[in-house]
Design a protein around this ligand. Structure first.
Ligand code: PAF
Length: 271
């Protein structure tokens, strides 16, 4: 595994290849990342993983500071996985140049997390657009846990006619049902139990709603979630995952999208 900290040396090396399969991360690697990397390794191109905690996608300074970081452990894991390239850029390497493309921000960015995390998706698309211009990957691997992010990155790539295919990868869960996320590293044992109970609650709620839409009774659901230990709920909404239209009556093709807090730890999921 070759490690690069600047784009000049990185490009000199990777442009020797016919293409690159790219897995962007902010580190704190977990089973979800490992699954993206394994999928990428099965592609016909060499795998490049990036680790960059992008300050521009955090609306609060405290959230950026407390984001789990574990670079030594991450490097060890990546070596074991035998990826070809690891890119750990500095802020200047990413933001010290003018991009060719402008970010395209689909209107769906205003919904769900967009309502609660001001500037978050602008920050995500800014950094992804920059990574794409530096690496020119043929494939980019993204997880469905961050479904809104995945959708918006796809829209940007489509709209700007960028020759890069987004490979959507399923959400990986712990045995207790919790969706793998770097933020889980900040949860203590009790909080893990709360998150697991909330997952199981939502899983059976979805089944009920599929049979009878009147179970989507938001005030009661929010009360139940609070009783299970959620400190605050940013949103709980149901959307058709293809059209991203809100479901207003009985349907089988929807996911429940949630963002909630346990103490000061914000978790998102879609089930
Ligand atoms: O999903 C993430 O970890 C980040 O949002 C990403 C895509 C690496 C951009 O910083």
């Amino acid at each position: 595994m070759k490690i690069f900290k600047d784009k000049q040396n990185l490009q000199k090396e990777i442009f020797k290849n016919k293409g690159i399969s790219f897995v962007p991360t902010m580190g704190g690697l977990h089973k979800g990342h490992i699954s993206l990397i394994k999928k990428s390794k099965k592609s016909k191109f060499k795998t490049l993983v990036s680790i960059f905690v992008n300050p521009k996608q955090f609306s609060k300074k405290g959230d950026f500071k407390s984001y789990p970081r574990n670079i030594k452990k991450d490097i060890k894991q990546l070596k074991k996985l035998k990826i070809s390239y690891l890119y750990i850029p500095t802020f200047k390497d990413i933001y010290g140049f003018k991009t060719i493309e402008h970010v395209y921000l689909d209107k769906f960015s205003k919904k769900l997390c967009g309502k609660f995390r001001k500037g978050h998706f602008e920050g995500v698309l800014n950094v992804v657009n920059r990574f794409i211009e530096i690496i020119k990957p043929k494939y980019i691997f993204l997880g469905k846990k961050d479904y809104q992010q995945l959708y918006l990155i796809k829209k940007h790539i489509e709209k700007r006619k960028i020759k890069c295919k987004v490979i959507e990868c399923k959400t990986i869960r712990e045995n207790n049902g919790i969706a793998c996320s770097s933020r889980n590293l900040n949860l203590n044992k009790n909080q893990i139990k709360v998150a697991s109970n909330i997952y199981h609650y939502l899983y059976s709620l979805k089944k009920k709603i599929k049979k009878n839409y009147s179970f989507f009774y938001i005030n009661k659901i929010k009360k139940d979630l609070k009783n299970l230990g959620a400190s605050k709920i940013d949103y709980l909404e149901n959307y058709n995952v293809k059209s991203f239209k809100k479901i207003k009556r009985q349907s089988k093709k929807f996911n429940l999208f949630i963002a909630y807090y346990i103490k000061n730890i914000r978790l998102i999921d879609n089930i």
